[in-house]
Design a protein around this ligand. Structure first.
Ligand code: MN
Length: 278
């Protein structure tokens, strides 16, 4: 009798705990995915969340450190783009996202500090109508390829977009001795010209820029560019000429990657979403 009573109540408490856990999880997802942004009224909450998730996951992977940024072209005004106020990528929330024009001017700064290197984004959006997202990193993996004569090549299917070719942009060529930063529109334009129609451009002694048709794609490319660079350095250390992907293989694999990108994005989103919930 007593044992049956205890068993019945244990079962009820377990079920109640489960329901509370489900409700909490659902509430948490709701908070970060659905709440309209206080700083950008009318903006798509899912896009603002993508920028915050992308910034945080790239920081988790060590591709972004205290610097670097993720942006998106505005879906409602192609001559504007969205990026965080000046903030370490690991700390970006949807409420930190601001809107800029293609001259790098904030639409409504309200006293917030902006990134010095926003001209990277502005000039690439101006030059490349197909680009919907830009990621700038100081990825440790790519630095050796930015300063040596060995071209970065596609090692395997995830970084297939590299098989189109990876230009290296040298700020010194047009601007002499600088502080190495893309701090005005002229320098941004020079970088955008070097990127050309490619997915990634390396910046000599600085880092790289990855672009894509969505925030998910640009973040994916920034991450796998870093992974590829580290693997290529390993393959070169083994000796002999590595057997890289051909441009044809790269084009086909890149198409497939973009189709299945939600699988990895949802995993990354799940990892960083708890850090976004208030
Ligand atoms: Mn930089």
């Amino acid at each position: 009798m007593t044992r049956r009573f205890v068993a019945r109540w244990t079962g009820r408490i377990t079920r109640l705990g489960f329901l509370i856990a489900v409700a909490l999880l659902a509430g948490r997802a709701e908070i970060s995915a659905q709440t309209p942004s206080a700083s950008l009224p009318g903006a798509d909450p899912a896009l603002l969340e993508d920028i915050a998730v992308g910034s945080r996951i790239l920081a988790d992977f060590g591709v972004l450190d205290g610097f670097g940024h993720v942006s998106a072209r505005s879906p409602t005004n192609p001559n504007h783009f969205l990026m965080s106020r000046s903030l370490a990528p690991a700390l970006v929330t949807p409420d930190d996202i601001m809107e800029f024009d293609l001259d790098g001017n904030p639409v409504d700064a309200r006293g917030r500090k902006v990134f010095l290197e926003r001209f990277i984004h502005a000039e690439i959006y101006r030059a490349r109508p197909d680009v919907m997202s830009v990621v700038h990193t100081h990825s440790a993996g790519v630095i050796p390829f930015s300063v040596s004569k060995v071209p970065l090549r596609a090692m395997y299917h995830n970084p297939a977009f590299l098989a189109r070719g990876v230009p290296v942009w040298d700020i010194r060529k047009d601007f002499g001795d600088t502080n190495m930063l893309v701090s005005n529109a002229a320098i941004g334009k020079s970088l955008a010209t070097a990127l050309g129609d490619k997915a990634v451009v390396l910046m000599r002694g600085h880092g790289d820029v990855a672009v894509g048709p969505s925030v998910k794609a640009a973040v994916f490319r920034a991450y796998y560019t870093d992974v590829d660079a580290k693997l290529q350095a390993q393959a070169l250390a083994l000796g002999g000429e590595p057997n890289y992907l051909t441009p044809g293989e790269g084009e086909k694999a890149d198409k497939t990657n973009l189709v299945v990108i939600d699988r990895i994005w949802n995993l990354w989103r799940m990892k960083v979403l708890p850090t976004l919930a208030k």
